[in-house]
Design a protein around this ligand. Structure first.
Ligand code: FAD
Length: 451
């Protein structure tokens, strides 16, 4: 299916005020916001049930200064959050966008709690790399499936229409103004007019040709995001003369259980775990982050590594549905001794023992500071590989989430948000701060929804 832009038909059988393409976190939050602002809203979604990458995620939204944080005794500000985002991205982001997202996150999370009854709590038992405060907010199962289901239920409760099984493949535009879309429902073609359009159809990680063109370093890796992330927002934007930025930016993950294909939370690393290759040797400073871990792991023999941690860290990780699923699938092995872990993964036992002992024995050769308790029996191990999770570049938007043209002026009624817009993860893979994905989905979704 190719995504195109065409002149509008003389009339549309149906016209809505706010039309939203995509029913992930971004599209559904935009819909709830637009509806609350009194707009007539329609969401169109290609899948039979709203899922998106949102459903695959841990569903954690970073936010600074929320009620939930305050109740947990965590002092945090949008300024600290913004500084953390920029530090991780080495200053590569547009500071206005960083301030917009960091400044709007607490309001978005509080609103989801208060107005729509989503029971967010803050992850307060481990640190995410690069965050100077504990500010990741998640629902009880710490899964994005729960998040997207809760947002869909909220839309249903508000009487917002979500048209599923509807793949938009054409935008109708007259000059710089969008007039509507054309979509396929099965074999049936339908046209819908709109006063404004919000592109909430995520990035292009599921489009192998685009991935190979913009991020060749990860092109061969496992794609772990939603297959529906095919880059139509970019296709339409580029056809209309939109400005695009940071198309090489992405979030990878270097802790995906292999061959099971289940995400292992990075909590097992930040709490003191390590990664070793098949020679039983560490190969990098794991504390840098899980995104850049993808390339580090893929560069090892066999493109895989073993993450070694202990029962204390497994207990923390167990709050994540994914980790519990990995345990149930037998991906995580627990052994009384390091020799047992070595045997379970065919690693040289001496090398593994030396690496674990060296962690707290003096300056680390990779520069990591181990200020966590030493690993202690029983020990755990899981074989992992690196994967591409989602792209972070995209359409450049202004402070109202309107798509910007290459001439520097905004398109009057075309918005982009979530993974469809350029986020705040710099230009490559090492600039991704945990939660940047849903941060852009929630805050830009809210801004685009207001219009
Ligand atoms: C395994 C994994 C874990 C992650 N964990 C986290 C996390 O904990 N925190 C975090 O911040 N980020 C996380 N992310 C990233 C996060 O999931 C995304 O950044 C976020 O879900 C993007 O939301 P979205 O609404 O923009 O896109 P999506 O949730 O992907 O929704 C886009 C929707 O648009 C639909 N669509 C696309 N094209 C069309 C079309 N042409 N017509 C109709 N519909 C269309 C798709 O079917 C999809 O349902 C994770 C990602 C992965 C893969």
């Amino acid at each position: 299916m190719s995504a195109t832009v065409a002149p509008p038909p003389s009339s549309f059988p149906v016209t809505v005020e706010t039309l939203i393409v995509g029913a992930g976190a971004c599209g559904l939050i935009a819909a709830l916001t637009a509806h609350e602002a009194g707009q007539e809203v329609l969401v169109v979604e290609r899948d039979a049930v709203p899922s998106g990458s949102t459903a695959l995620s841990a569903g954690l939204i970073p936010a600074a200064g929320t009620r939930v944080q305050k109740a947990a005794g965590i002092e945090d500000t949008a300024a600290l959050f913004a500084a953390d985002i920029q530090r991780k991205a080495k200053g590569e982001n547009d500071p206005r966008l960083v301030d917009l997202l960091a400044g709007g996150a607490a309001e978005a999370v509080d609103w989801l709690c208060d107005r729509h009854g989503l029971p967010f709590s803050v992850v307060d038992d481990f640190d995410y790399p690069g965050h100077s405060r504990r500010r990741m907010h998640g629902l009880p199962t710490r899964s994005g499936r729960e998040l997207v289901d809760a947002l869909r239920a909220a839309c249903e409760a508000e009487g917002i229409d979500i048209l599923c099984g509807a793949a938009v493949d054409r935008l109708f535009a007259e000059g710089r103004e969008v007039r509507g879309v054309s979509l396929l429902r099965g074999d049936l073609r339908e046209e819908i007019g709109c006063a404004r359009l919000i592109l909430a159809c995520n990035g292009f990680g599921g489009n192998r040709a685009r991935v190979a063109a913009h991020m060749p370093g990860i092109a061969g890796a496992l794609w772990f995001g939603h297959d529906g992330n095919r880059g139509e927002a970019l296709d339409w934007g580029e056809a209309m003369g939109a400005e695009v930025r940071h198309l090489g930016a992405y979030q990878g993950h270097g802790n995906v259980a292999h061959p099971h294909g289940i995400l292992i939370t990075w909590a097992v690393i930040t709490g003191g775990g390590i990664q070793v290759n098949r020679d039983g040797q560490r190969f990098w400073d794991e504390s840098q982050g899980y995104s850049e871990a993808a390339r580090a792991v893929l560069a090892q023999p066999g493109g895989a590594a073993v993450t070694v941690f202990d029962a204390r860290l497994a207990a923390i990780a167990r709050q994540f549905a994914d980790f519990r699923a990995a345990e149930a699938a037998g991906a995580v092995k627990t052994e009384d001794t390091l020799e047992g872990v070595a045997a379970a993964f065919a690693l040289p036992a001496d090398a593994l023992a030396e690496e674990v002992a060296a962690c707290h024995a003096g300056p680390d050769r990779f520069g990591r500071r181990f200020d966590t308790p030493p690993l202690a029996p029983p020990y755990c191990g899981v074989r992992v590989t690196g994967a591409l999770f989602h792209t972070q570049g995209g359409l450049v938007v202004d402070g109202r989430a309107r798509v910007m043209g290459q001439d520097g002026s905004a398109f009057p009624n075309l918005h982009a948000a979530g993974g469809a817009a350029c986020g705040v993860s710099g230009a490559g893979d090492s600039s991704y701060l945990s939660g940047n994905g849903l941060l852009a989905a929630a805050v830009l979704g809210r801004i685009a929804g207001r219009g």
